[in-house]
Design a protein around this ligand. Structure first.
Ligand code: ZN
Length: 389
């Protein structure tokens, strides 16, 4: 049995949201680390603190800059995921417009969000390039993994970590922080370190931070005493750098009593028609085979479980080539597809006309489905030019 993280309540002040900032000597990259965006996920906060302690103790020298930022401080102090609103579901463009104009805070999370937004704006005045990393943990036990929006720069950076990468989760989440940051062209990786209370989640999160600092060239490996240890933490898990994509989500409805069957681990293979959970006491069967992902073992949440598909190397290569050719205008030749007149990165699809294979074709070209507006699907391009926040 692995060790669990101490249940001691953390105490943070809203005046100390930036846990640490470190500056280099050259115009290097800037790495920004968020931890505790969900207040019940403390492993990332502990890991960040370990990194800060080591930087100070060993006098680690920087090439670029590092900022470590706390997420939902109120929720962290209470040990809850969030109070009124999930701080990782409030970053839609309409939310940001409200935030810019807001004078009083609507709820406890909007105060947290405004603070974080202003800090991000300030950091983006640095020369860059920028690497945004968001540390989380899961309610099920899990090997560490990365989640990204499928842009080529995200793919390239995540290739430095020998763990699974899950693409396209943002199609199922409304308003996550990293998707918002991605839309301005910056690299943004979510890191899920393991189960919420498992001490190994701290170990893997700390290793992830050190590796990210080295691979972004923010810190030279030779300036980190004992770096090889961190390199080995993820390597020794025996996972592989491989891509997965979500093919199914079970959505829990408001009044439903959902109960996941015990013992599922993230990425565990499942077969079609296998019993996975109970809905108001009735068995739920897997509609398809694949790997189980994010089975819900906590009270809060509307995603019961996901089913993943492993993405082939052929598909990854093909999509890389297609995107480099920059021929995505051919998508507009598909009947029922047109460009959004207000947004260069968006294609509007009429699902009644463009049905056959549309989603797969769009994914190949680096588009992800975002919203259903007036019965039309909006597909949003993930590769972006850098723009100002
Ligand atoms: Zn989380």
């Amino acid at each position: 049995m692995s060790k669990t993280i101490s249940k001691n309540v953390l105490h943070f002040s809203h005046d100390n949201r930036v846990l640490g900032s470190f500056y280099g000597t050259d115009n290097g990259p800037t790495v920004v680390i968020f931890s505790g965006i969900h207040g019940n996920e403390k492993a990332g906060v502990h890991a960040a603190q370990l990194v800060i302690d080591k930087i100070k103790r060993d006098n680690v020298r920087f090439i670029g800059n590092l900022h470590i930022i706390l997420g939902n401080i109120n929720a962290l102090n209470k040990g809850i995921r969030f109070e009124d609103k999930d701080l990782n579901r409030v970053w839609r463009n309409s939310d940001i417009d409200n935030l810019r104009n807001e004078t009083t805070h609507k709820n406890l999370e909007s105060r947290e969000q405004k603070d974080i937004f202003l800090i991000i704006q300030e950091i983006l005045k640095e020369p860059g390039p920028f690497y945004f990393l968001d540390l989380h943990t899961t309610s099920a036990s899990s090997v560490p993994f990365i989640t990204i929006s499928d842009s080529l720069n995200n793919r390239k950076f995540s290739a430095n970590f020998p763990i699974p990468v899950v693409l396209g989760i943002e199609e199922y989440l409304d308003g996550p922080l990293l998707t918002f940051i991605n839309e301005y062209g910056h690299i943004a990786l979510g890191f899920e370190g393991g189960a919420h209370h498992d001490e190994s989640s701290i170990v893997s999160s700390e290793a992830f931070i050190w590796k990210a600092l080295v691979h972004s060239k923010c810190v030279a490996a030779s300036n980190i005493p004992g770096y090889l240890h961190y390199e080995n933490v993820l390597k020794n898990l025996g996972c592989e750098y491989q891509f997965f994509e979500i093919k199914y989500r079970y959505q829990v409805s408001e009044k439903e009593h959902f109960e996941m069957l015990k013992g599922f681990e993230n990425f565990e293979p499942i077969s079609k028609n296998q019993t996975l959970a109970l809905s108001d006491g009735v068995e739920i069967y897997a509609p398809d085979g694949g790997r189980i992902f994010m089975p819900l073992y906590q009270k809060l949440g509307e995603d019961g479980f996901f089913i993943l598909n492993k993405i082939s190397r052929f598909w990854l290569g093909a999509s890389l080539t297609l995107r480099k050719l920059k021929i995505n205008h051919v998508l507009r030749l598909i009947p029922g597809v047109k460009k959004d007149p207000d947004n260069n990165y968006t294609l509007i699809v009429d699902p009644r006309i463009a049905r056959f294979m549309t989603k797969q074709i769009f994914h190949l070209f680096g588009y992800r489905q975002q919203i259903l507006k007036d019965d039309k699907l909006h597909y949003i391009k993930r590769d972006r030019k850098l723009t100002e926040l």
